[in-house]
Design a protein around this ligand. Structure first.
Ligand code: PLP
Length: 379
């Protein structure tokens, strides 16, 4: 086997994302015992910095699940929807649908309220649905990675609470790239992951669990073992994981979170993401026949979606543009597969994605947009 074949592509997809050299190297730091004092050296700062990055107060506890973002989401469903309760999953795209799948496949009484691709949650429609269905729990996506739409988390949580339900939030593709102000968000549990805007390898699901959620979970039955947030919380309070952690990822995460909080700075990191969204918007303005997909005010700071001109096909994007950019050292995102298939079927224009999250810099993005433009102009 030749590891020389592992090409160092710059990832402009939406996860996993580009990892800095320092963080790659941190994977080679020594393994450690997860019930030993060495564990605290890594996970002490990890738990503290996660809460800082989330803007969490003492009302929230951070938990690390072995798995990925959807492990945290599944834990929220299993731990916070009781057997005799119902959940409304609100979807503005593929990942909203995923929350519904997680609820349904765990035998929960679930309904999926779907909005059109590229649109945020319509508050009036949600309000009416809440009043009709009277769910106990509601899930929604903070940042819909398939469409580049960011929902107004606080406003949606507030509406859910006004209707007497508990909000669960999927923040997988935005945590680490935008200000959550978790303490004022209204979310009962917020789930995220390492491999998107945190710019780490995949391997941990991250959950921020409120006191209210903790109290409820204590009364919910049939939570399984790996998805039982009550069990996780006991260990998390000791800065430990329920099961054996990935030591390489823990070392990387310790280094990366310290860099984010104490070197780059949280505010600067968030500002950099907003700057990159602005760069894409400006770039699209100058491109004939291309438009932003998400409406202004609801555009994600971590992933931008761009509508291609009439007549551009999935095949042109996947085989033409994507492969040409691979030759330039980039992994391009030709759009979310199911979304583009559905758009093509409906006679609508194709949408490509530009992941600009994590540790991608405005310089890197500028260079990438230049190469992407050259290829798009050949269409
Ligand atoms: C990537 C993603 C997920 C799935 O996360 P995994 O870490 O692959 O389990 C869920 N929701 C959103 C919004 C995502 O972007």
């Amino acid at each position: 086997m030749s590891i020389q074949n592992f090409a160092p592509l710059k990832l402009f997809i939406t996860g996993p994302t580009y990892i800095r050299q320092e963080v790659r190297q941190a994977a080679a730091l020594p393994e450690f015992g997860h019930r030993d004092s060495e564990n605290e050296l890594r996970f002490g700062p990890i738990f503290e910095n996660l809460k800082k990055l989330a803007g969490a107060d003492d009302d929230y506890e951070a938990v690390l699940f072995l798995g990925s973002g959807s492990t945290g989401m599944e834990a929220s469903v299993r731990s916070l929807v009781a057997d005799d309760e119902s959940i409304l999953n609100v979807s503005v795209g593929a990942f909203g649908d995923m929350y519904y799948t997680l609820a349904e496949s765990n035998g929960k009484k679930a309904e999926n309220l779907k909005f059109d691709y590229g649109q945020p949650i319509d508050m009036d429609i949600l309000d009416a649905k809440l009043k009709e269905m009277r769910p106990d729990v509601v899930s929604f996506t903070h940042n819909e990675t398939s469409t580049g739409v960011v929902n107004d988390m606080k406003a949606v949580c507030e509406l859910i609470r006004e209707n007497g339900a508990m909000p669960l939030v999927d923040g997988v593709s935005i945590f680490g790239g935008a200000d959550l102000d978790l303490k004022n968000s209204g979310a009962a549990m917020y789930s995220t992951a390492t491999q998107k805007a945190l710019a780490l390898n995949a391997g941990f699901g991250i959950g921020f669990i409120s006191k209210e959620a903790e109290e409820k979970a204590a009364r919910v039955q049939n939570k399984g073992h790996h998805h039982d947030i009550s069990k996780h919380l006991v260990l998390a309070r000791k800065h430990q994981t329920l099961t054996t952690p990935n030591c390489a990822l823990a070392n990387q995460m310790c280094v990366q979170l310290d860099y984010i909080v104490n070197n780059e700075g949280i505010a600067a990191r968030f500002a950099r993401h907003i700057e990159m969204r602005g760069m894409v918007e400006k770039w699209v303005e100058g491109l004939d026949g291309f438009d932003m997909f998400a409406p202004e005010g609801y555009r994600s700071p971590t992933v931008s979606t761009v509508v291609c001109p009439e007549g551009v096909t999935v095949a042109q994007l996947k085989q033409g543009v994507k492969e040409a950019l691979r030759g330039e050292g980039y992994l391009m995102d030709p759009g979310y597969g199911k979304l583009n298939a559905a758009l093509e079927e409906a006679g609508r224009r194709q949408v490509i994605r530009i992941g600009h999250m994590g540790d991608i810099t405005p310089d890197m993005l500028g260079e990438y947009l230049g190469k992407l433009e050259t290829e798009l102009k050949k269409l």
